[in-house]
Design a protein around this ligand. Structure first.
Ligand code: FES
Ligand SMILES: [Fe+2]
Length: 435
């Protein structure tokens, strides 16, 4: 017997079929819509994340460095003993640790109007404050009353106000303006203003062991302020090292192939060589570099790097980098990769004897932001590859070099112009650096 399919309501009817069909369509439509919405949200989040400046901060001093590199010392006391051991010399020679020059001590964004910041640089305590009109000033922070550090004060309004008894120092005249509880303002020693300049979003302090005036100035780098460029991010690292050992890296051509090439800026220290081994299977990297002093300006020198990368023995490209050393602790970097130019400012500033703070700020065109972030990450990785070498060797030892390493000797000769008779030096025989 044949069953008859009837168009009545209920299961199997046209109405039920239409409802089922429409529900399915709607479900699939809403599923697509949901996926599209999710995709858009993901894209917005990704764009927002990429447009946010990167901020990479590392502290590799003392036991923190030992822990980071998985090296034996487990606490600060042991780390200090290791550092003392590294400082010992056979001869009683001392080493200068603070060269004369302009040093970046604070980034502009770190201090707002009417704010005071206490900063340590070149073995000095300094107070940086920003006046209501936006200008930044650097002064000796020692209050002449009871020698309290005025850099610890809260707000300034138009004055630095000592946090201890509230005495107010006029930011313009550097005279004491208001002394709480005293009818007359006594003649007190003026607070010493230190020579400083704010340029390229950095506050620089001039340091000279004999108190001489600067023979050069820091010039604006237009890419740090021009509208067509954006700030990509920054890197900051504190490390136990000698500033000159770190900077001579720019003239050390031979170490590029051995230490950096196989890692291609993609991984950090990699002390056990795991990643270097695998990455070297993917690509062959051939670096070349040169360093030379500027012919006309004694405080300038130039490093140029060219890195040829051959991926899977087929695809090859070249990356170029130029470093302009301006004095002993400031560098402007231009990186050229696939027609993309990325700019950076690097400050290498000794904080105390053999403690150095390095900061890098990166800028690029908005369409090059991904490349900018990659360059910033790779700088951080390359810095990490160098860090154990700077941090765990003997600081500023006499070089024993072969003829092909002339650039290293010439760099040291160039750098020696930044030391003078009274440059603060460490007597390593006393072994008292850490006390
Ligand atoms: S110590 Fe600065 S006001 Fe007293
Ligand atoms: Fe290096």
């Amino acid at each position: 017997m044949h069953s008859v399919w009837t168009l009545s309501s209920g299961e199997g009817s046209l109405e039920a079929f239409s409802i089922r069909y429409c529900t399915a369509c709607f479900a699939s439509l809403s599923q697509t819509g949901f996926l599209l919405a999710l995709l858009s949200l993901g894209t917005i989040c990704l764009l927002y994340y990429l447009s946010r400046p990167l901020n990479l901060i590392y502290d590799l001093t003392g036991a923190k460095g030992d822990k980071y590199f998985k090296l034996p010392a487990k606490n600060d006391a042991m780390a200090k003993e290791h550092l003392k051991g590294r400082l010992q010399r056979k001869s009683g020679k001392s080493i200068p640790v603070y060269p004369n020059g302009w040093f970046g001590i604070l980034e502009s964004s770190e201090i707002g109007r009417n704010e005071v910041k206490y900063v340590m640089a070149l073995g000095k305590n300094v107070a940086v404050f920003r006046m209501p009109d936006g200008t930044a000033q650097v002064v000796n922070p020692c209050c002449p009353h009871l020698r309290v550090n005025m850099g610890l004060a809260g707000t300034t309004k138009t004055y630095i106000e000592c946090p201890s008894h509230g005495w107010q120092l006029d930011g313009d005249t550097k005279k004491w303006n208001n002394i709480q509880g005293a009818e007359k303002v006594p003649e007190l020693a003026e607070v010493q203003t230190l020579r400083s300049v704010e340029v390229n979003h950095i506050i620089f302090l001039w340091y000279h062991a004999e108190g001489e005036e600067p023979p050069y100035e820091i010039q604006p780098l237009k890419e740090t302020t021009s509208e067509g460029y954006m700030y990509v991010g920054r890197f900051e690292c504190l490390i136990d090292a000698h500033i000159e050992d770190m900077l001579q890296n720019s003239a050390d051509n031979e170490h590029l192939g051995v230490l950096h090439a196989s890692k291609m800026g993609l991984v950090g220290a990699d002390l056990d060589g795991f990643w270097s081994k695998w990455l070297s299977l993917l690509a062959k990297v051939t670096p070349k570099s040169s360093w030379e002093p500027d012919a006309d300006n004694p405080h300038l020198s130039w490093s140029r790097f060219e890195v040829l990368v051959k991926l899977f023995k087929k695809i090859s490209f070249t990356s170029r980098k130029q470093l302009k050393h301006i004095g002993p602790g400031y560098i402007e970097v231009t990186t050229l990769l696939a027609k993309t130019k990325i700019y950076g400012t690097v400050c290498v500033t000794p904080i105390g004897p053999l403690t150095v703070r390095t900061t890098l700020r990166v800028y690029g065109r908005p369409s090059h932001i991904l490349m900018g972030r990659f360059i910033l990450r790779s700088f951080s990785n390359i810095f990490e590859q160098d860090a154990p070498i700077w941090s765990y060797g003997k600081p500023r030892l006499q070089l024993n070099v072969v003829k092909e390493e002339d650039a290293l000797v010439n760099f040291r000769r160039w750098y020696s112009q930044f030391y003078s008779k009274n440059s603060f030096s460490l007597d390593c025989e006393q072994r008292n650096i850490c006390e």
